[in-house]
Ligand binder design. Structure first.
Ligand SMILES: NC(=O)c1ccc[n+]([C@@H]2O[C@H](COP(=O)([O-])OP(=O)(O)OC[C@H]3O[C@@H](n4cnc5c(N)ncnc54)[C@H](O)[C@@H]3O)[C@@H](O)[C@H]2O)c1
Ligand SMILES: [Zn+2]
Ligand SMILES: [Zn+2]
Length: 363
């Protein structure tokens, strides 16, 4: 028997999102249905609504979520009904060439539910990042469910499902930030601030936050930034060099996904340093760099898919640190909202008024 629930859908490019009736099928083999308890609003949801990811409208938005498994399909062994889980959008296959090479965080064949959720008229929905969690119940592949300690509230835990994991992982997993490093983070939204918090957790001694909004810079200080630069009035590359003895940082993270910012991140890096791109560019963006600089500066230019995380390794670890008071997930939650306030939350995000609005389902 299929379920009929309410969810937030982007019906067409650029149009305000609407609440629609969603039909969620019973879980098939390897699938699970999860009762969503909280789901953060990530900039990637807005990218979907604006057609910046692909044209496969209508999208069922939301992908940064925690909830409780309410049904499982045949053959599911990693989770059971009643388990408290964070949803992940890269359920590794264990068999592709990346997995076979022992680097499953790069998995090239990640799993999603085989069945489709639909609108009431049968139109198939494209779930954002293979999840779709601005909805009371969602259908995912069981591998997309990672069990964590239920002592962590869903408003905080859900954030690990995307933005916070992406940011922390961009610093620690992709950038390899370690104690004593200098780090610059461009863009201090949920993802950038998580990169700052991750750099602090890893022991970086200089953490420079760059944004065009002073409020964001103030919040970034609260997350662990030791210095801030507003790149609207100041050349951030010069400012970062001045703060690092004229050299630049060991790890430079672009958490915006814009060519001009990527260039700043590239030039703000010390010789043999690492540039990490975690912000998502749109398909029309291009960067041009002098090839001699790419060669002459050495080091690494890396992209960070989901913070190169392994949900089964990283989610429980970060939840433990949260419960021990060593990693403040609550600091990312600017407000909790009801399902019908996602469109306003996009506006607040766009205006820089929030780090994360989080939809909660008892509101
Ligand atoms: N790689 C991944 O796996 C992954 C996961 C989640 C999100 N993302 C992407 O990360 C990016 C950030 O997401 P978010 O949720 O933090 O968004 P956000 O809107 O909350 O934050 C973006 C921040 O960038 C700042 N900014 C904008 N233009 C800037 C500029 N020119 N220079 C410096 N700062 C600038 C804004 O003021 C804001 O503080 C998005 O592109 C999102 O799609 C990537
Ligand atoms: Zn794989
Ligand atoms: Zn996201």
């Amino acid at each position: 028997m299929a379920y009929e629930v309410k969810g937030v859908v982007a019906l067409s490019k650029g149009a305000p999102v609407t609440i629609e009736t969603i039909i969620v099928p019973d879980p098939g083999p390897g699938e699970a249905v999860v009762d969503v308890q909280a789901c953060g609003v990530c900039h990637t949801d807005l990218h979907y609504r604006e057609g910046g990811i692909n044209d496969e409208f209508p999208f069922l938005l939301g992908h940064e979520a925690a909830g409780v498994v309410s049904a499982v399909g045949e053959g599911v062994t990693n989770v059971a009904v009643g388990d408290y889980v964070i949803l992940n959008w890269r359920a590794v296959c264990g068999e592709c060439r990346a997995c076979a090479a022992g680097k499953p965080w790069y998995c090239f064949n990640t799993h999603n539910a085989a069945q489709k959720m639909t609108l009431a008229d049968g139109t198939e929905l494209s779930p954002a990042l293979g999840i779709g969690a601005f909805v009371e119940k969602t259908l995912v592949h069981s591998g997309q469910c990672t069990k964590v300690d239920p002592a962590a509230p869903p408003t905080a835990a859900g954030l690990l499902g995307c933005g916070v994991m992406a940011g922390v992982g961009a610093a620690i997993n992709t950038g390899g930030v370690t104690r004593g490093n200098s780090v610059a983070v461009f863009g201090c939204g949920g993802v950038g601030d998580a990169a700052i918090a991750g750099a602090k957790l890893a022991g970086a001694s200089t953490i420079i936050a760059v944004d065009i909004d002073d409020r964001k810079l103030e919040w970034a200080r609260g997350m662990g930034a030791t210095h801030t630069v507003n790149s609207q009035g100041t050349d951030p590359v010069e400012a970062i060099r001045a703060l690092t003895g004229g050299f630049g940082v060991d790890v430079s993270i672009d958490a915006v996904g814009h060519p001009a910012v990527y260039e700043q991140a590239f030039y703000a890096r010390d010789l043999a340093g690492t540039v990490v791109l975690v912000g998502v560019p749109n398909p029309t963006m291009e960067v041009t760099l002098p090839m001699i600089e790419v060669f002459g500066r050495g080091g690494a230019l890396k992209s960070s898919w989901y913070g190169d995380c392994l949900p089964s390794r990283d989610f429980p670890m970060l939840i433990d640190l949260y419960l021990q008071g060593r990693f403040d997930l609550d600091a990312f939650v600017s407000e909790t909202i009801s399902l019908d306030a996602v469109e306003q939350a996009f506006e607040k995000m766009h205006n820089g008024d929030v780090l994360r609005s989080v939809v909660v389902f008892d509101k």
